[in-house]
Design a protein around this ligand. Structure first.
Ligand SMILES: Nc1ncnc2c1ncn2[C@@H]1O[C@H](COP(=O)(O)OP(=O)(O)OP(=O)(O)O)[C@@H](O)[C@H]1O
Ligand SMILES: [Mg+2]
Length: 305
């Protein structure tokens, strides 16, 4: 198992486990929760959080001079970025340029990697997520994550979706929440008659949508996706892309992808990284047709990477 594999597994399982055990922390600012650990602004897990349409300057996530190092060696350097609420933001760049590292900093998943350190500020709705009063468990509930390889729990389809909210003390109609999450993840029609079967009995593409349903059931505002289609065939990939399209506006999605056609198809904004640095950020159409930086042009035209 690679370190990243280990991080993914640990992170995903740990995320749910810790969501299960950490109660409301009586938080300050916009990370406030009600007694069930849900945000005061939306007490319904699985509900789409954004009643207000995204505005042009509605930043949900931002970094300020972020440097992320492993054992003191910087892997991501001096990144300043603003992620717009409701948008799909794609992070592209050659292997090893720091895409996953940057993605993981948004919900402090790098905390699970020994030797990883972050300097600078990561802001979620304007709040520094490394502030001492921020509960990383609540943060990860609000900023969910989906990994490269689908990793359902060894539980039924139903329980994969219900487990996190149940452990978080969800007292609403669980059947309704499970159905809504599976509908939002574009999986309901395929599984509604076999909810008691193991999650692992599904195809790879269905398992990935199950993992997305599991994340949506926690009522996140942001969904981070690290190459969610790279283990899937083109048809399953198409389903995930349609699903991401359907989430646009209701959730903010940040997706790492190696597939430039995918980035150009599904994202509003594209971030190009190279050797740990953020080279260029802009509207996807512009990045792919008229980039400002030579390195971006070389990469999107396939000259390297
Ligand atoms: N857990 C880790 N421990 C030490 N170094 C790491 C760790 N994870 C990543 N790195 C290093 O940090 C740099 C960025 O890695 P990262 O995984 O973020 O790249 P990436 O752009 O996601 O690559 P890929 O496209 O191959 O997934 C690489 O040099 C990598 O070797
Ligand atoms: Mg990666």
């Amino acid at each position: 198992m690679t370190m990243v594999d280990a991080g993914e597994r640990m992170g995903q399982a740990g995320q749910a486990e810790r969501s299960a055990t950490v109660p409301d922390r009586g938080a300050t600012s916009t990370l406030e929760s009600d007694a069930g650990g849900r945000p005061v602004t939306d007490a319904r897990p699985g509900a789409a959080p954004a009643d207000t349409p995204p505005g042009p300057a509605d930043t949900v996530l931002a970094t300020r001079d972020v440097v992320i190092s492993y054992s003191g060696a910087p892997a991501v350097r001096h990144v300043d970025i603003d992620v717009q609420r409701g948008d799909v933001t794609a992070i592209i760049g050659p292997s090893g340029c720091g895409k996953s590292t940057l993605l993981r900093c948004f919900n402090r998943m790098n905390d699970f990697i020994e030797g990883a350190g972050v300097t600078g500020q990561v802001l979620f709705e304007g709040i520094d997520i490394h502030a001492s009063d921020i509960d990383p468990v609540e943060l990860r509930r609000r900023i969910g994550m989906v990994f490269q390889r689908p990793n359902p729990f060894p539980k039924t389809i139903y329980d994969n979706v219900a487990w996190g909210p149940r452990m978080g003390g969800y007292s609403g109609d669980m059947d309704e929440l499970v159905e809504r999450s599976l509908v939002d993840a574009a999986l309901w029609e395929e599984v509604k008659d076999k909810l008691k079967q193991p999650g692992h009995s599904l195809s790879g593409g269905q398992q990935q949508r199950l993992c997305i349903a599991r994340a949506l059931a926690m009522s996140p505002e942001v969904l981070l996706m690290d190459e969610p289609c790279s283990a899937l065939d083109p048809i399953a990939t198409g389903r995930i892309e349609e699903l991401i399209e359907s989430l646009r506006g209701r959730y903010s999605v940040v997706i790492v992808t190696h597939n430039m056609q995918q980035a150009s198809r599904i994202s509003d904004t594209t971030v190009f990284m190279y050797q740990g640095e953020l080279i260029e950020v802009g509207p996807t159409a512009r990045i792919f047709t008229n980039p400002e930086k030579q390195q971006t042009e070389d990469y999107v035209t396939g000259r390297f990477g």
